[in-house]
Design a protein around this ligand. Structure first.
Ligand SMILES: C[S@@+](CC[C@H](N)C(=O)[O-])C[C@H]1O[C@@H](n2cnc3c(N)ncnc32)[C@H](O)[C@@H]1O
Length: 258
């Protein structure tokens, strides 16, 4: 349960979403998590005990993100190779997180449904997506995205849900690709994560059972291309495996369900 103190300036939509969330308790004072707007009107998360961590806001229209999206060499990205071609159908990013992989998919022109179960991660992601959508619509010429990227941004859906429930409720009526990048256990003595991943580790904990049920649900779909991100040396899951697309530090295993 997240105890969240919400600043007055935060929108009524965000406040009512938090009040309805079963994983959040809206607090009267700042004792744990704090949601506010920063100087750029971005929704911004901080934690009372994490003074060394910069408050977190996601920004997909920063010069850095825009440069990344414009300069991507799509043909060289293992994730994009694993997902196939945008004409083959929508991608269901079932573990959307802070949207790093999502931006890559949009730059390659994929139409995406991004699903995130953590209420705070979902709020930060949808705030950044709303600003990206607005910029792609109202400043299209300045931003200079090709049409396929602007189209992909306008068709992007962000959903707050448990992906396992969503798949079980009838994804079998859809077609396309499913993408999974679940939280894996941090290596003991491994390097500490940097930037937004430090926040991710405080917001979402690894659960072996959670990963297993996500993989089981994804592989139970019919006629989907299922892509699962793994460590380079990690074992493969049982299933209709076709091919592994390796990058420098991770691997994308591709399965075809029937
Ligand atoms: C490693 S992060 C994903 C990072 C993301 N690919 C990126 O590039 O930013 C995993 C995310 O999956 C979410 N998640 C885990 N289980 C989920 C489920 N059953 N349904 C929806 N989201 C889930 C977690 O809350 C977390 O935000």
């Amino acid at each position: 349960m997240f105890e969240v103190f919400v600043a007055d300036a935060v929108s009524e939509d965000v406040k009512s979403f938090l009040k309805k969330s079963k994983d959040v308790q809206v607090a009267e004072e700042y004792l744990q998590w704090h949601l506010a707007l920063n100087d750029n009107d971005q929704l911004c998360l901080s934690h009372i005990e994490e003074k060394k961590l910069k408050p977190l806001a996601l920004d997909f229209v920063s010069a850095r993100s825009l440069h990344k999206m414009r300069s991507l060499q799509r043909s060289k990205q293992p994730l994009i190779k694993a997902l196939g071609r945008p004409e083959q159908g929508r991608v269901y990013d079932l573990t959307a997180g802070f949207g790093g992989d999502l931006l890559l998919m949009l730059s390659a022109g994929f139409h995406v449904t991004a699903v995130e179960s953590n209420p705070l991660v979902y709020l930060l992601l949808s705030d950044a997506v709303n600003r990206l959508k607005f910029a792609a619509e109202s400043e299209a010429e300045t931003i200079g995205f090709p049409k396929r990227v602007t189209d992909a941004i306008s068709k992007l859906q962000v959903v707050h849900a448990d992906s396992v429930t969503l798949v079980e409720a009838g994804m079998n009526r859809a077609t396309g690709a499913v993408y999974l990048d679940p939280m894996f256990e941090a290596k003991k003595g491994g390097r500490l994560s940097q930037g937004p991943m430090q926040w991710m580790q405080r917001l979402v904990s690894h659960s072996e059972e959670g990963v297993e049920s996500l993989v089981r649900a994804a592989l139970s779909t019919k006629g989907f291309r299922v892509v699962i991100k793994r460590g380079l040396k990690a074992d493969r899951f049982d299933g209709p495996f076709q091919h592994a697309f390796a990058g420098s530090s991770v691997r994308y295993d591709m399965y075809l369900t029937s």
